[in-house]
Design a protein around this ligand. Structure first.
Ligand code: HSE
Length: 436
């Protein structure tokens, strides 16, 4: 039997992911020791309440409420508490005490990432966070390491399972947003307070993390344009379906040329968009996640799987832990954060995309011409137009698909259309992503 040295692992948090990490570490201790070349000894689990009910039985002697002492006795600290404080302070303490850190805390990284990376870099500590974006799906390491020699042009991600479940259900059953949300809550996908998910906040945090990695540029969450799914209607989903599209909440990270300055910049944004049914992201059903990456040399890549779940996300945490422990065994620094490019972050007004606009208009001579003129006046080029007139009606529905246009040109067009006497209402404006 080989005598392995010990690497002391301190776990902060024993929620649905933390308790599974602890269970897997204890159950697979021998096998993990062989993979790493050192024993991963779980020396303690810091919790708020020693008597709280947990998903899995954990040895009572490992539980402690003294996170600070646990950190001081750990070589690697796994932070799975969530929230900003006290997680931030404890992670900084761990780094300062010479420990490496694994975290799954997207909110912390999206708001305090640069502070944490700088602290880790200063002392040569490793900071890994595969579990922070898209649960079990390996996407951080592919961006940080596998694609480090390539040039990522664009990422389209379905990174929130709750909203994908809701939109998928609306698409499959014709349900309203409210009914689909109620089902998501019943089945345990949606939180009691679903605001972070349906408001797009969770996806925006993940977009900030992905964009920072993909473009070697610090992208704070405040720079991510965010729209949730709260305004998506059953009628929009149905009309998308008839036109060969599906509505998905996308996190989009894109490298683009700023039309105003001619300089390269970065856009990170979250909104519900129309995706062609032929696109791989259209096949992402239920609460699954997927990240579609377009890299200059590699071409399109798709990463797909479970974006949440205790044991699934624990897999990502353990992957980070094993990688960190192997480095501790073999020596050498970890992967440093790379923000050398520092590209400018472009506001939403500068991005270009295609749009599908639905208008209710009066069915009279000259209406089409006036509508078309409004688009032309704002430099927005129409690609296709469909008109439907319910029998006996004096009003018509126009669905207009545009070529690529800037957000600001589109916003001006929509404002003019809304004010036009021939337009009864602008029923829907959705962006189209992933179309050729
Ligand atoms: N609430 C998230 C989701 C999972 O619905 O995907 C954690 O990021």
């Amino acid at each position: 039997m080989i005598e392995y040295r010990s690497i002391r692992v301190g776990l902060l948090g024993a929620g649905s992911v933390g308790s599974q990490v602890a269970r897997l570490l204890l159950e697979h201790a021998d096998e993990l020791a062989q993979r790493v070349g050192a024993r991963l000894d779980l020396v303690g689990i810091a919790v708020r309440n020693l008597d709280a009910k947990r998903d899995t039985d954990l040895p009572a002697e490992l539980l402690t409420t003294d996170a600070e002492s646990l950190i001081l006795g750990s070589d690697v600290v796994i932070e799975l508490m969530g929230g900003i404080e006290p997680a931030r302070t404890l992670v900084l303490q761990a780094i300062a005490s010479g420990a490496d850190v694994v975290t799954g805390n997207k909110a912390l990284l999206a708001s305090h990432g640069p502070e944490l990376y700088a602290a880790a870099e200063q002392v040569g500590a490793q900071l890994s966070y595969e579990a922070a974006v898209a649960g079990a799906i390996p996407i951080i390491r592919p961006l940080r390491e596998s694609l480090a020699g390539d040039r990522v042009e664009r990422i389209l991600g379905i990174v929130n399972g709750t909203t994908n479940f809701i939109l998928d259900r609306m698409d499959q059953t014709g349900a309203s947003l409210e009914d689909a949300l109620a089902t998501a809550t019943e089945l345990g996908y949606a939180e009691a307070d679903p605001t972070a998910d349906i408001g797009g906040y969770d996806a925006a945090q993940k977009a900030a993390i992905l964009a920072s990695l993909a473009f070697h540029t610090s992208v704070p969450v405040d720079a991510v344009h965010r729209e949730g799914i709260t305004e998506v209607t059953a009628a929009q989903v149905e009309s998308a379906r008839r036109a060969g599209y599906v509505v998905k909440l996308l996190a989009i990270c894109e490298r683009l040329i700023d039309g105003e300055t001619g300089d390269e910049g970065v856009s990170a944004r979250v909104y519900p968009a129309l995706v062609p049914r032929s696109h791989p992201l259209a096949a992402v059903h239920g609460a699954n996640n997927a990240v579609f990456v377009e890299a200059s040399a590699a071409g399109p890549l798709m990463f797909y799987g479970a974006g949440a779940g205790g044991v699934q996300t624990a897999s990502a945490v353990l992957g980070d832990l094993v990688a960190i422990a192997r480095r501790r065994v073999s020596g050498g620094p970890g992967t440093a954060e790379s923000t050398h490019a520092e590209l400018p972050l472009l506001p939403i007004g500068r991005i270009t995309t295609r749009y599908a606009i639905t208008l209710e208009v009066t069915d009279e001579p000259g209406v089409l011409e006036q509508v078309a003129r409004t688009f032309a006046e704002h430099g927005v080029s129409v690609e296709q137009l469909q008109q439907s007139v319910p029998e006996g009606s004096r009003s018509a529905t126009l669905v207009i698909g545009t070529h690529e246009a800037t957000e600001s040109a589109l916003a001006d067009t929509v404002a003019s259309l809304a004010a036009s006497p021939v337009v009864a209402s602008v029923a829907s404006v959705l962006r189209v992503e992933g179309a050729q």
